[in-house]
Design a protein around this ligand. Structure first.
Ligand SMILES: O=C(O)CCC(=O)C(=O)O
Ligand SMILES: [Fe+2]
Length: 221
């Protein structure tokens, strides 16, 4: 299997179809009109009180963000971030809400990560799926494998900047408090989707808070 270029292809294709069907049947979910990438939004996903609480929690746990292979990528992700403890009631409620929409059990995801961008901070262009030719893959393949879907919740609106931009398709998403942004990192056949390349543009005025949950092909906690 290690020699296969797309080791989790079958399960990612199946997960993609299951989640796609589920989202199509949910009137609260809206898909961006873009064939090449499956990107969805759910407005008013999280109540304002939870957003406020999670922003304070992120302030408590946030440390300078890292990227996989971070030493090769200085100044690529300048935000602050930290894992959110699922023993917190608000965090577990958020995890439950994400699983209710996607149908994916939270154990098939990494720990939810809170992220804060202050003025000038950003996350450079990247895809969330793993490069299976890299050395870090030897670790990731044993703990959950390839990334499947990404769920990201905006906790606040930003005065200026801080959009999430899918750079290979014409799609720019401004932060809206309580909105969930969801996308499939795989193509329908389960291989990595290069059209999901995205970036968090620099915050120009205000502060931006998000929570990200990256799902995997297999349980990883
Ligand atoms: O903050 C954003 O808008 C994007 C964050 C992101 O790309 C990620 O968490 O993988
Ligand atoms: Fe990302």
């Amino acid at each position: 299997m290690a020699n296969h270029p797309h080791p989790d292809r079958k399960v990612l294709a199946r997960t993609g179809a299951e989640v796609r069907d589920r989202l199509a049947g949910d009137p609260a979910v809206w898909r961006f009109p873009e064939e090449r990438a499956e990107v969805y939004v759910v407005d008013d996903f999280l109540p304002a009180s939870s957003c406020r609480y999670l922003m304070r929690l992120i302030d408590d746990v946030a440390c300078p963000s890292c990227v996989i292979d971070g030493k090769d990528w200085p100044d690529y992700r300048t935000s602050y971030s930290g894992d959110l403890d699922v023993r917190d009631r608000c965090v577990s409620d958020l995890e439950r809400r994400i699983s209710a929409v996607t149908g994916i059990a939270s154990e098939r995801g990494e720990w939810a990560q809170g992220q804060r961008y202050r003025r000038g901070e950003f996350f450079g262009e990247h895809c969330d799926w793993f490069d299976t030719a890299s050395t870090y893959w030897q670790h990731e393949r044993r703990c959950g494998g390839q990334r499947s879907w990404t769920a990201m919740i905006y906790l606040n609106a930003v005065e200026e900047g801080g959009t999430t931009e899918f750079t290979r398709v014409t799609l720019s998403v401004p932060p809206r408090a309580g909105a969930l942004l969801l996308w499939n990192n795989a193509l329908p056949d389960g291989t990595p989707n290069p059209w999901t390349m995205h970036a968090a543009r620099p915050v120009l005025r205000g502060v931006k808070y998000v929570v990200t949950k990256w799902f995997r092909a297999r349980p990883c906690q």
